[in-house]
Design a binder for this molecule. Structure first.
Ligand code: ATP
Ligand code: MG
Length: 244
């Protein structure tokens, strides 16, 4: 395999969005982070590295319109100035994928190296699948990515998985880690309520042993992924923007 360093060759900064846990909002937060960078006028790409369950096309309402190769390169979608590539854009929506690890790594390599990204990307944001497996190994060991944002809810079950994920990321050479405590609270009758228990954001960060963290509330506009609303919501954009 040709080893390239994404940091040097594809984007000035590359950041993986990870969590040991599924369903905590990695894809949603990856999309919000990309929107916050694009709104700042930065050149941003968003790679969906979740091969089995690509969510980014759903969030950005990208249809699988038979993304053709142009000059042997995949054409990324461009939504709100964000260059996007995902397995969901390359395979029919209802097709399931049954691949072993080496095939996953090959596909990540294909999407990273054979997509017609802009030359001077400031950021490559990479949404990753749940867990810490083949894709994370490929991204860190073969592409030199050394920064990640972990996503957790305040639930004990999520936190325990994220503690393991943080350790795994450290073992993979990640040296810059921050944390989003997602769905941290819901506002109900003017009161902020943590529906996942009593663990405060500070306690979550302490348990996961991460200093830099933010919290994002559970909001209907985020659940429905209203892009225009997200782009207008400076509170959310500044929150995630503060991590980079
Ligand atoms: N802050 C939020 N407020 C409301 N809903 C949210 C929020 N964050 C995520 N969600 C919702 O939670 C669900 C899971 O989010 P998402 O798919 O982003 O998680 P994930 O960690 O990427 O999941 P997977 O592990 O399957 O890839 C989605 O229905 C999403 O709309
Ligand atoms: Mg996801």
């Amino acid at each position: 395999m040709d080893h390239i360093n994404v940091k040097q060759n594809i984007a000035k900064n590359s950041v993986m969005i990870c969590s040991g846990k599924g369903g905590v909002g990695k894809s949603t937060m990856a999309a919000v982070i990309a929107l916050s960078l694009a709104k700042k006028g930065l050149k941003v790409a968003l790679l969906d590295s979740d091969i089995y369950g690509p969510s980014i096309p759903h969030l950005f309402k990208i249809k699988n319109d038979g993304h053709e190769m142009v000059n042997d390169k995949l054409t990324p979608s461009n939504i709100c100035g964000i260059e996007i590539m995902s397995m969901g854009m390359l395979m029919p929506e209802k097709n399931g994928i049954v691949w072993r690890g080496p095939m996953l790594s090959k596909m990540i390599k294909h999407m990273l190296q054979n997509t017609a990204w802009s030359q001077d990307l400031d950021y490559m944001i990479i949404d990753t699948p749940p867990g810490t497996g083949d894709i994370h190994i490929t991204l860190t060991k073969d592409y030199g990515i050394n920064e990640c944002i972990l996503v957790s809810t305040p639930s004990h079950i999520a936190i325990s998985d994220v503690i393991r994920a943080k350790d795994a990321m450290k073992n993979l050479g990640i040296c810059k880690t921050s944390l989003i405590i997602n769905m941290s609270y819901i506002e109900y009758n003017g009161i902020n309520k943590n529906i996942f228990g009593n663990t405060t954001p500070e306690q979550c960060a302490e348990l996961i042993e991460i200093e830099k963290f933010i919290q994002i509330p559970l909001l209907e506009k985020i659940a429905n992924f209203d892009i225009d609303w997200v782009l207008r919501n400076d509170f959310i954009l500044n929150c995630v923007g503060s991590l980079l």
